[in-house]
Structures are given as C-alpha cells and as structure tokens.
Design a protein around this ligand. Structure first.
Ligand SMILES: Cc1cc2nc3c(=O)[nH]c(=O)nc-3n(C[C@H](O)[C@H](O)[C@H](O)COP(=O)(O)OP(=O)(O)OC[C@H]3O[C@@H](n4cnc5c(N)ncnc54)[C@H](O)[C@@H]3O)c2cc1C
Length: 433
C-alpha cells in the first residue's frame, strides 16, 4: 500500500520536502495543507513587490508536488492515532511534516489594533499595505532587522513621508558595527527618511477606528495614517504544542528533523533543530535554511536511511537601504538590539555570536568589508556595496582555510585588505589548495 505523507505548510520547507519525498518514494501519496490562500510564492520577494520591483506574477513558485489543499488550515494533530484535522475532516498519515513557518510578533501598545497598523508576513499583508497607502501620506515604522527596513523602503517607494523609530541608538546594533549602522542611516536620510533614534512608541492614536498619529514615550506626536511593525517573528508552534510535542521557542527536533513523536518531523522557520556538533538547538529564519531542512526532512520521511542536518555557515545577501550587503558566519556585536523582541526574519541566531577574534575592516566610499579574524582562520565577514569578495570569503570561512600566511598583512593592511584576500584566494585556487 502507498505510504501517506502529510505536509503542513506551503512555504520553502514544505515545498522542498514534497519534492524530496517524491524523489525517494514516487508511489507515496503526498497531501500539502496551507492556510495561505495565495499558494506557493517567494516570501523574500514580497518586499520587492512592495517597492514595485517585482510583480505579483514574478513571485509565484512552482505548483508543488502532490495534492495541495490551498487555503485550508490544519486545526489539530493527533500523534497517537496518526491523524490530523483540517476543514473539520480527519486525515490519516504515515509520516507528517510540520513546516508551519513563523509570524510577526504583534506590537502591544494601546491602539495597535487600529486600521492602518500593518505587518509584512506574507503576500496578503503586502496587498493590504498597497491598498492602504493609497489614502495615506505619512507612515511610521517601528522595529529592527531587515523587515523594518523593507517596510521603510516600501512606504518610501509608494510616496509616503516615512519616520523610522529606533529604540536603540543605532540601526541593528547586535549585527552591524557603529560605522555600518551609520552607512545605512546616512543612506536612509539621503532617501528622505526621518530617523528617530532612542525613541519608543507609547501609543497609537486613532480617529474613527483608523490610525491618526503615534505618541512617543517622551510625549512627541507624529502624524501618520499607517504604522509598520517589525519587532521580530515567532515560530508557529501552536499545533505542535497542543499535540504534546516538545517545544521551546520553536518545535524541537533532533539532527534528523524528528520531533520525537512517531512519524512526525518539523522543518523551516518553525523548527528548532539540534546541531549534533555543538549539542545546541537553534532557530534560523532564512529561506536557504528552510529549503535545506525541507529537503532533509523529506528524505528522512521517505528514504531508507537517515541524513543528519549539518548546520552550515549562515549566509545571506540582502539589501539595506539600497546597499547590497552579505553576512557570512559570526559577525556579532556585543550590543543588545532593543528594536527586536525576538529573532527577525531573514536572520540567523549564529550571526550574533561574538567570536573571540579581532575585527579588521576597510572601506572606500560605500564599499565596506569587515572580517572577523581569528588566530588562523576568518570566522565571519560582512560586505557592503562591492560584492567581489563575497565568494572568496564564503569559501575561506566555510572551509575554515588556514589564513596564517596573510594574518599579519590583514591586520595591518587597511585599504589593501581586499587585494590581500583576493591574491591569497586566487593563489589557492590556482594551486588547487
Ligand atoms: C517580507 C519577507 C522578507 C524576507 N526576506 C528574507 C531574506 O532576505 N533572506 C532570507 O533568507 N529570508 C528572508 N525571509 C524569510 C524566509 O522567507 C523564511 O525563512 C522562509 O520563507 C521560511 O520558510 P518556511 O517554509 O519555514 O515557512 P513559511 O514560508 O512561513 O511557510 C509556512 C506556511 O505554513 C502555513 N501554515 C502555518 N500553520 C498552518 C496550519 N495550521 N495549517 C495550514 N497551513 C499552515 C503558512 O500559511 C505558510 O504558508 C523573508 C520573509 C519575509 C516574509
């Protein structure tokens, strides 16, 4: 008899899992449930839809492998009977994947439920924002990380006068250093954004149920018709929790993405996965990690042997105020980010690790490189602007290449650090090292 697979979630992890299951067990019956009525699309792309750089059609991904129940919410999971309930009906499974993703943490100030307070979790949120900006002139954004900036850029691109409130004294202080925050802030100001550092929202003032202004904790009022909120995300763990599965911040799994309940796996933003090397569990809210989780979970659900998830170097290319920025490995700063109450999207807990290393940096105009230099290896890097060194640095860091021959030169080279790195990397490539 064909094996029955159920996947909850039509995101990157769910899709990748369905494909992996199909490859391993082409006779298996796969049913995917997703409560997002827009089906399969690129979530990172939603921010570019907001800025008009991508159309809705360009966001759409493939139709998915298996039988898809789009717009249908799974309301409960019953591990003892191997069943789930969706749309009031019972479905049985041999193997179940929870790839339920994450949702924005809501703002808890008075007035947060007024019309005009928006978040950016999915395509419907972006559509909602686009509809509302038509009758708005001013917007306020609160929060940190990538999504808050994407909301700022989205409002600007749609012609709104935009205020960005930062609880911290600078942008993204636990990942960016002071100079990098300044580069982003300078760019935002050039684009016309009004920045309010060390400013906390106290309440949102309404008029006939709609946002009319915000008031800061110091009593200042800013007139606005929209408030964008990006104070962090939380994994969607409610199904797992109610089913009695082990949860912490996310759904806890071993290195094979198994939850501990018979036949139930978890993957993507929702999963807090064990790293067998460090013995610690961690959350990543990255598209790339969700794909890898999904592939491995799918293989482990349908294959004959188990593949462990090996935590790879967290890597992301993003745009910060229009500046292409790549973050590789641990680049953390010893500062708290008051703008976020949890991890934000497109984020990795690993970036914030503070390696016991020396930070060396060089920059010219907006091109900026920071490397976290250990005794013999580079532990992390952050590049803003020119991305020529992105691939070499990714290789040097992920393969833990011994850079002893150039350590002194890197420490002292300042402006020529980029040349030193490129020369070293090219010499290695030529010699097949
Ligand atoms: C605006 C935006 C920008 C981003 N930018 C970046 C970036 O630059 N780089 C990067 O790496 N990552 C970025 N991300 C994060 C990235 O998109 C996520 O890490 C990734 O989508 C996670 O995939 P997932 O499959 O785990 O979850 P999701 O994509 O969130 O999918 C989960 C799905 O499960 C469904 N679901 C949940 N519960 C149920 C239920 N009970 N019943 C039925 N369906 C359910 C949800 O509707 C959803 O469709 C961004 C995300 C957003 C929203």
């Amino acid at each position: 008899m064909a094996r029955k697979y159920i996947i909850v979630g039509t995101g990157a992890a769910g899709l990748a899992a369905a494909e992996a299951i199909h490859e391993c067990d082409s006779d298996g019956e796969i049913v995917i449930f997703g409560d997002d009525s827009h089906g399969f699309y690129s979530r990172p792309g939603v921010a570019y839809y907001l800025t008009r750089e991508l159309s809705e059609r360009q966001l759409s991904l493939c139709q998915g492998t298996g039988f898809c129940r789009i717009g249908v919410k799974v309301t409960s999971v019953h591990p003892e009977s191997h069943t789930i309930i969706a749309d009031g009906k019972e479905f049985d499974y041999d193997m179940l994947l929870l790839a339920t993703g994450s949702v924005a943490v809501p703002l808890t100030v008075p007035g947060a439920d007024l019309k005009g307070v928006v978040k950016l979790d999915n395509l419907e949120d972006a559509r909602n924002m686009i509809k509302m900006v038509r009758s708005a002139r001013d917007a306020v954004v609160v929060g940190g990380g990538i999504i808050a900036l994407e909301m700022v850029e989205g409002f600007m691109a749609r012609g709104l006068k935009t205020h960005y409130l930062l609880r911290s004294n600078r942008y993204w202080p636990n990942v960016l250093d002071k100079e990098e925050s300044e580069i982003v802030e300078r760019r935002l100001k050039e684009h016309g954004v009004t920045l309010h550092p060390q400013t906390e929202i106290a309440r949102i003032i309404g008029d006939k149920g709609r946002v009319a202004a915000i008031e800061t904790k110091s009593g200042k009022r800013i007139k606005c018709q929209m408030v964008g909120v990006a104070v962090g995300v939380q994994p969607r763990i409610e199904l797992a929790k109610e089913a009695g599965l082990r949860t912490d911040k996310g759904i806890l799994t071993d290195e094979f993405l198994r939850t501990g309940a018979d036949g139930i796996f978890a993957a993507g933003d929702a999963a807090q996965v064990l790293d067998a090397v460090s013995g610690k569990t961690s959350l990543d809210t990255l598209w790339g990690t969700a794909l890898v989780h999904g592939r491995i979970a799918g293989r482990n659900m349908a294959g004959d042997s188990l593949t462990p998830f090996k935590k790879t170097l967290p890597y992301n290319i993003m745009r910060l105020a229009g500046i292409t920025t790549t973050i590789i490995g641990a680049v953390g700063q010893n500062e708290k980010d008051n703008d976020l109450v949890t991890i934000s999207r497109g984020d990795s807990e690993s970036w914030r690790q503070i390696p016991d290393v020396l930070a060396v940096q060089t920059d010219y105009d907006v091109n900026h490189i920071r490397i976290m230099l250990g005794l013999h290896t580079i532990e992390g890097a952050l590049l803003m602007g020119d991305q020529t060194l992105s691939r070499p640095l990714r290789e040097l860091i992920s393969e833990r290449i011994d850079v002893t021959p150039i350590v002194e030169s890197l420490r002292s080279s300042g402006g020529s650090m980029a040349d030193t790195l490129i020369d070293f990397w090219m010499a290695r490539s030529w010699t097949g090292g």
